[in-house]
Design a protein around this ligand. Structure first.
Ligand SMILES: NC(=O)c1ccc[n+]([C@@H]2O[C@H](COP(=O)([O-])OP(=O)(O)OC[C@H]3O[C@@H](n4cnc5c(N)ncnc54)[C@H](OP(=O)(O)O)[C@@H]3O)[C@@H](O)[C@H]2O)c1
Length: 238
C-alpha cells in the first residue's frame, strides 16, 4: 500500500518550491493534499496540476490563519510549513522591521500553527517546518537569519513534547534550487548553481524534490520527532 494512502497532507506555502514538490510527492504516495499560498492564480494552477484542494491566504496574517483552521472540514494527518522568506542585511543597513518580520514569519508562525494544529492534526500526525543551515556559520549580513536558524531547532524540540503523540520536526536545507532562490539571486543564479555543483560533495545542487523525499520520510517514519534534519548536499562541509 502506498505510504500515505488514506492520509491528508496540508502544505502551508504549497504553490511553489519545496512545498509544491512535497505535495506532489505526498500525492504520489497516496495522500490527499491541501495547498495554501497567497497568490490565488499560481495556487490554483499548482492545485489543479496535482489534484489538490486549495485555499489562498497569507499565513502570516493571524486572523486569516485562524479562519482557515476553523473552516478546515476535517482532521489532517500531516502539516508541512514552508511560508516565510529570509532577510539578509549587514548591520549598517539593517532595518529592524523586516528583520523582525522574517523572524516572526519563521519562528513565531511555528508556534501559532502548532497551537492551531492541536484542534485539527490527527493524533500521531506530523508537523514539519523548514529552517536552514546557511545561518549557522557567522557572516556579515547573516544576523537576521542566524537568529531564526538557532531558534527553530529549539522550538521543534519543545513542540515535539507539547504536541505528543503527534511528531514535530525541522528540515534544514542549504541552497535549494527554487523560485525563491532565483528571485534572491537574480542574475547571479546560474553562477551560484555552477559554483555549488563544482564545490558540493554530491556534485550537483539540491532541488525541491530532494526536500520532498525527506519531508515524506519524516511524515512516515514514526520514530522521528523533535529533530532537525540537515539536507544541504554537504554545503556546510566545504
Ligand atoms: N530556497 C532555499 O535555498 C532555501 C534554503 C533554506 C531555507 N529556505 C526556506 O524554505 C522555505 C520555502 O522556500 P522555497 O525556496 O520553497 O520558496 P518558494 O519557491 O518561494 O515557495 C514558497 C511557497 O510558499 C508560499 N508562501 C510564501 N509566503 C507565504 C505566506 N506568507 N503565506 C502563505 N504562503 C506563502 C509561496 O506562495 P505565495 O508567494 O503565493 O504565497 C510558495 O507557494 C522558506 O521559508 C525559505 O526561507 C529556503
Amino acid at each position: 500500500m502506498p505510504a500515505l494512502q488514506g492520509q491528508t497532507v496540508l502544505v502551508i506555502g504549497g504553490s511553489a518550491g519545496m512545498g509544491l514538490a512535497t505535495a506532489r510527492a505526498a500525492r504520489a504516495a497516496g495522500a490527499e493534499a491541501i495547498l495554501t499560498a497567497r497568490n490565488p492564480e499560481r495556487l490554483e494552477r499548482a492545485a489543479s496540476e496535482i489534484g489538490a484542494r486549495s485555499a489562498a491566504f497569507d499565513a502570516t496574517d493571524p486572523a486569516a490563519l485562524e479562519r482557515f483552521f476553523a473552516e478546515l472540514p476535517g482532521p489532517v494527518d500531516h502539516i508541512f510549513v514552508t511560508a516565510g522568506r529570509p532577510y539578509y542585511a549587514p548591520l549598517d543597513v539593517l532595518e529592524l522591521e523586516p528583520a523582525e518580520r522574517s523572524f516572526n514569519d519563521h519562528v513565531w508562525l511555528a508556534f501559532r500553527i502548532a497551537k492551531l494544529a492541536r484542534t485539527k492534526l490527527r493524533a500521531g500526525g506530523t508537523l514539519t517546518f523548514i529552517g536552514g543551515t546557511g545561518g549557522r556559520r557567522p557572516g556579515v549580513g547573516l544576523g537576521p537569519i542566524s537568529v531564526g536558524t538557532a531558534a527553530l531547532p529549539a522550538a521543534v524540540r519543545t513542540l515535539a513534547l507539547e504536541l505528543a503523540p503527534s511528531r514535530v520536526n525541522l528540515i534544514a536545507p542549504g541552497f535549494v534550487d527554487t523560485d525563491l532562490s532565483a528571485e534572491l539571486l537574480g542574475d547571479g543564479l546560474d553562477a551560484r548553481r555552477a559554483e555549488l555543483a563544482a564545490a558540493l560533495p554530491i556534485g550537483r545542487v539540491v532541488g525541491p524534490d530532494d526536500i520532498a523525499a525527506l519531508a515524506v520520510h519524516v511524515m512516515t517514519n514514526t520514530a522521528l520527532t523533535g529533530a532537525t534534519f540537515d539536507i544541504d548536499g554537504g554545503q556546510q562541509l566545504v
